[in-house]
Design a protein around this ligand. Structure first.
Ligand code: IOT
Ligand code: MG
Ligand code: MG
Length: 511
């Protein structure tokens, strides 16, 4: 069935206690069925609400033995590699949570150093709780802890009221503004928390490569092609038809081409607005590959009305990131019908410095180093952006192996012969139309007119041109306060009203 195509759980709110479990109720942005679990171990009890696709029991999102329990939201992509060190019965019969349990038996908390996936996990073991993120922190994970209880969730909003003055502080994790006692588990990390003391040790399980590799052109191109092909293949369920969100740029077109070869056929989907779209460019790729293609036009007024949903889903306060995510959220919310597995081209521009339109190699590598040092906590890869309407999304360019390779290539392979993202373009050249391979970069926030429409909304409320960026920051912050901190329903938060209040405040401040 369609839903076999999806991970066993999209998210969770979990509570670990020395005794007497608690299954905390939760209001997630993630849409899905809620299933309560209570796992009583020798030295503690792990209670949780799992949120998952309707009709798909979340059995393989949990695994246990007498002393250890594992919950996972999301999925693992290097199962075969892991099984090769664990033996043929690894992960049987439970799936990804069982695989993690087997891995923990072999490697202890170092287990997470081996995993390439898109997941957040909580492990109760002895009197300790391990909280783990994937290398990219692509499934956000939040924690608060007080005497005798560690609470963790894939959405910060569900921890509102759980922290407070009695919450233990965590030195290694970022606070969430407005939610006292709530912290975000860093990307590529395991927080190892003592249930009695509440003290945590944080171990990094991944770090962005700092070194750069010199490679022969042909070798680099072949390596990129092979790594990306594997990453796309690992993200396609056997027999399933993935959906690729397609702009017609090199990033998503490359994913579409590889997915089409791996799956036999794919569906593709493009969004545009009444102001702007990339329909012609996406259609050229869809026709070339022979995908089943669909276009969705979102009126700009509707697009801007989705700002509260975007902030609610991403739990991010970065106005630039919110502008990239808004058109995608609008697309996912317009995608009706059965739950889909969605592949995107998101994130390719980060290791390749595609956003920076920078042709000088020193500056290009400065951009890569900066972006690879600052992505944590932006939540731009969060699955909630699509699970808010029941769909699972995954990003092959941020596969751990692809990312390790792309980041580490010397800048001259990224910018070459006057082309940006050269190595990727060369790797995809045979699979795509020439015009796609050479097409200049256009950001989703540009192609959909999102940035300019948001600016116009502010200008029309009297915000001076020079204050537009600051006003955007304030709008996003206010939306965060309302939908994440105060728990307001995003459907009841009016973008227009928030914009007006920010504009008024700025005018009063300026007067
Ligand atoms: P862009 O690279 O244009 O788009 C990201 C992905 O969104 C595309 O690969 C595609 O899968 C999907 N998409 C874009 N436009 C459409 C469309 N019209 N219809 C359907 N799907 C579409 C911003 C950006 O340029 O997006 N994202 C950057 C990185 C952000 C910076 N982050 C950071 N520095 N931490 C990116 O690398 O994706
Ligand atoms: Mg891109
Ligand atoms: Mg683009």
């Amino acid at each position: 069935s369609q839903s076999q195509d999806l991970p066993a759980a999209f998210g969770f709110l979990a509570s670990a206690r020395p005794s007497g479990g608690r299954i905390p109720p939760a209001a997630f942005a993630t849409r899905g069925t809620h299933t309560g679990v209570e796992l009583s171990l020798r030295s503690q009890t792990l209670g949780a609400t799992l949120v998952h696709a309707p009709g798909l029991p979340p059995d393989s999102a949990q695994a246990r033995d007498t002393d250890t329990a594992v919950l996972i939201a999301g999925e693992i992509y290097n199962r075969d590699d892991l099984c090769s060190v664990l033996g043929p019965r690894a992960g049987q019969p439970g799936g990804d949570a069982q695989l993690l349990l087997d891995l923990l038996h072999r490697y202890g908390p170092h287990a997470f150093r081996l995993v390439n996936g898109r997941f957040a996990a909580v492990v109760s073991i002895g009197r300790r709780v391990l909280l783990a993120t994937d290398h990219a922190g692509s499934v956000p994970l939040y924690v608060c802890a007080g005497p005798g209880e560690v609470t963790a969730s894939t959405e910060a909003k569900t921890l509102a009221g759980h922290g407070g003055p009695r919450g233990f502080p965590f030195a290694d994790a970022r606070r969430v503004r407005g939610l006292p006692g709530v912290y975000q588990v860093p990307a590529g990390a395991v927080m190892d928390i003592g249930l009695d003391s509440g003290t945590a040790e944080t171990h990094r399980t991944w770090a962005p490569p700092l070194a750069r590799r010199i490679m022969d052109e042909d070798d680099a191109v072949a390596a990129v092609r092979t790594a990306l092909d594997r990453a796309v293949g690992a993200r396609i369920a056997p027999g399933g038809t993935p959906l690729v969100v397609l702009s017609g740029g090199i990033d998503s077109s490359g994913v579409a081409a590889l997915a089409h070869r791996a799956a036999g056929s794919i569906d593709s989907l493009s969004m545009g607005t009444d102001v702007s779209d990339e329909f012609v460019q996406a259609r050229a790729v869809a026709d070339h590959l022979g995908t089943r293609h669909r276009e969705i036009t979102v009126p700009t007024a509707d697009l801007l009305r989705q700002l509260p949903y975007t902030v609610w889903a991403a739990e991010s306060e970065d106005p630039h990131i919110i502008e990239y995510l808004l058109p995608l959220v609008a697309l996912y919310r317009a995608l009706d019908g059965p739950a889909r597995r969605v592949l995107t081209g998101y994130g390719a521009d980060i290791p390749l410095a595609g956003m920076h339109r920078e042709d000088r190699l020193p500056n290009l590598d400065t951009a890569v180093a900066y972006d690879m040092a600052t992505y944590d906590g932006l939540n731009e890869m969060s699955p909630v952006l699509s699970t808010l309407s029941g769909h699972w999304s995954t990003h092959p360019y941020w596969d751990r192996d692809v990312l390790d390779l792309l980041v580490s290539l010397e800048a001259g392979l990224k910018r070459r012969y006057g082309r940006d993202k050269w190595v990727l373009r060369a790797a995809m050249a045979e699979l795509l139309p020439e015009q796609t391979v050479t097409r200049p970069k256009l950001g989703v926030h540009e192609g959909s007119g999102t940035t300019s429409s948001f600016s116009l909304l502010l200008l029309e409320e009297g915000v001076p041109e020079r204050s537009v960026d600051m006003a955007k920051q304030q709008v996003v912050r206010e939306l965060f306060d309302r939908t994440v901190v105060a728990g307001q329903d995003p459907g009841e938060v009016s973008t227009a009203e928030v914009v007006r209040s920010v504009a008024d405040r700025l005018e009063r401040g300026a007067a």
